[in-house]
Ligand binder design. Structure first.
Ligand SMILES: Nc1ncnc2c1ncn2[C@@H]1O[C@H](COP(=O)(O)OP(=O)(O)O)[C@@H](O)[C@H]1O
Ligand SMILES: [Mg+2]
Length: 160
């Protein structure tokens, strides 16, 4: 089976934020977004847009939770922003409370999600970001579940 996916090229930080915002507007509670891409590719930038789409108040400035590991924001649904960059081993996932927030029905956006053990997430939207050049990014969203397929279908309608 081929997973449903959508590919978008963004040509600026603003365009990546707008894509995040559109995604945020269509999210169902409990959705997990697995962000995968190099340092500086735009994972945090995407989550900043996502927060806007989820009506997180503007006075929250969203940065990578590289040291705090998980940040939490109020919005239409609760947004948990996770950064696994500094995580050394799987036992730490429990310590930082990852399993607990995954049981919650907020939105969970995970940077460096490729560090998670395979099959940990029952369903999720993968967001792969590739750096094309200074200002351009190739963003591929892949549905791993029916809810995520529906999300991509809605995104396709809105994107033209
Ligand atoms: N099209 C683009 N989309 C996202 N970020 C971009 C884009 N073009 C340039 N940038 C720059 O790339 C950097 C992305 O940083 P950030 O979102 O913190 O990345 P990450 O969280 O993946 O490490 C920012 O400095 C941003 O200005
Ligand atoms: Mg980041």
């Amino acid at each position: 089976m081929i997973n449903k996916q959508i590919q978008i090229i963004t040509k600026s930080l603003d365009e990546t934020q707008s894509l995040g915002e559109k995604t945020g507007k269509h999210l169902e509670p409990g959705t997990v977004l697995a962000l995968i891409g190099d340092l500086g590719s735009g994972k945090t930038t995407f989550v900043q847009g996502l927060a806007r789409g989820l009506d997180v108040p503007d006075d929250y400035y969203i940065t990578s939770p590289t040291y705090t590991l998980i940040n939490e924001y109020p919005g239409r649904y609760h947004l948990f922003h996770v950064d696994l960059y500094r995580i050394e081993n799987h036992a730490d996932f429990d310590d930082i409370g990852l399993y607990e927030i995954l049981r919650n029905d907020g939105i969970v956006a995970i940077e460096w999600a490729d560090k998670l053990p395979k099959n940990l997430l029952p369903e999720y939207l993968a967001i792969h970001i590739d750096i094309l050049n200074d200002e351009s990014r190739k963003i591929i969203m892949v549905a791993h579940g029916l809810r995520e397929e529906d999300l991509i279908k809605k995104m396709e309608k809105k994107w033209d």
